[in-house]
Ligand binder design. Structure first.
Ligand SMILES: NC(=O)c1ccc[n+]([C@@H]2O[C@H](COP(=O)([O-])OP(=O)(O)OC[C@H]3O[C@@H](n4cnc5c(N)ncnc54)[C@H](OP(=O)(O)O)[C@@H]3O)[C@@H](O)[C@H]2O)c1
Length: 335
């Protein structure tokens, strides 16, 4: 396959597909030939806000699903294996919108036989973000036993990609899960496995949460609007607790006992927003990638529903659809 990549050529510009010379893997990296990737809101936001793009042309893309074609010095993966993993923000060789990608073996796992490349492409980034929310910001324990009973949790915005995996992970760790979704996505939220699914437009939504889980202390808001933050903080009642937010919250926190903590998915790659390593995140990454293959094999974690779009040339239009809300399920690009 001739190496091709979809690049952002200059600030704010449309993506352009071009030929390129892929780099060989360095220590700890393998080269993956892409079979499928999926689109994430982060990518159109990065183009629009010129975020984490050190130079142009630049390759974006966070979800890698493909075959190892150069195992380098890896002790984890071999040529020909089907693997999935997370792209690297700010480093073109590690972006997923190209045919040949370098990935750190620590941020990847094998795709089990029961999962297709397209299904695998729906998982890595949203799953990793959900894991950071549940385990790092909300502090749910993780261990190889992985079925320890955890406290009740509210996931606001459960039908989105991150929210879906947050519900699944919290259930996997023994929580009572209350999921909130908009009316249009209620039917899909009901299939994820939460104990209770509520409509965000229901005027009694907070009292229904409070009667199902009166002592709730752990909440994850994937929407982070004025309304979602107000409802999520009200759900704590007079209790202290932690509200994890998928993006930085800029709305007023009316509940003094509630600590609001933004999630940063880079933690799972051992990175901080600022300088220094995030060792707890690196340990979570090891745990998550070590277990994900088996969880998928056993059906404990299931991929997202998706719509296929074809070829790297479709990424540009797909990101536009994502930005305009013109999608009903994850957009997966097959190459
Ligand atoms: N902090 C991090 O490191 C990190 C990492 C990944 C993602 N994120 C952020 O987390 C948020 C969720 O990401 P995601 O991947 O789960 O996104 P997603 O799959 O697109 O889901 C977003 C959800 O938002 C709701 N929504 C509200 N207004 C919408 C609109 N105009 N168009 C489409 N959906 C709308 C939808 O739920 P309803 O149908 O119920 O309204 C949708 O399911 C995004 O803001 C993303 O940037 C942060």
């Amino acid at each position: 396959m001739e190496p091709l990549r979809a690049v952002v050529p200059s600030p704010g510009a449309d993506l352009r597909v071009e030929k390129y010379e892929p780099m060989a893997p360095q220590d700890g990296q393998v080269q993956v030939q892409l079979k499928a990737t999926s689109l994430n809101p982060l990518d159109w936001k990065r183009i629009e806000k010129n975020l984490f793009i050190p130079s142009y042309p630049h390759v974006l893309g966070m979800d890698i699903s493909g075959v190892v074609v150069n195992q380098g010095a890896s002790t984890k993966f071999k040529n020909g294996e089907r693997i999935m993993g997370i792209g690297t923000v700010g480093w073109s060789d590690g972006g997923s919108y190209q045919t040949h990608i370098l990935i750190d073996e620590k941020n990847a796992c094998k795709i089990p036989d029961n999962i297709s490349f397209a299904e695998a492409a729906t998982i890595p980034f949203a799953f990793a973000t959900a894991a950071c929310a549940i385990h790092l910001e909300l502090g749910f324990p993780y261990s190889s036993a992985n079925r320890a009973a955890s406290p009740p949790v509210l996931i606001w915005g459960a039908s989105g990609s991150v929210g879906n995996f947050a519900v699944q992970l919290a259930k996997l760790h023994g929580s009572q899960v209350i999921a909130v979704s908009s009316t249009r996505s209620l039917a899909s939220a009901e299939t994820i496995g939460a104990d209770l699914v509520l409509d965000s437009s229901d005027p009694d939504v907070v009292s229904k949460i409070r009667s199902a889980a009166p002592n709730i202390e752990h909440v994850f808001d994937t929407i982070v609007s004025e309304a979602s933050v107000a409802n999520c903080t009200a759900a704590f009642g007079n209790h202290a607790g932690t509200l994890a937010t998928a993006i930085k919250n800029t709305h007023e926190n009316k509940s003094k006992g509630v600590q609001i903590k933004p999630v940063y998915s880079g933690n799972i790659q051992g990175k901080n927003m600022g300088p220094g390593a995030h060792e707890q995140g690196a340990r979570l990454g090891e745990f998550a990638w070590d277990n994900l293959t088996q969880w998928l094999k056993d059906g404990d974690i299931t991929p997202l529903k998706y719509e296929t779009i074809r070829g790297l040339q479709s990424v540009n239009e797909g990101l536009g659809r994502l930005k305009n809300g013109e999608y009903k399920s994850k957009l997966v690009v097959e190459v």
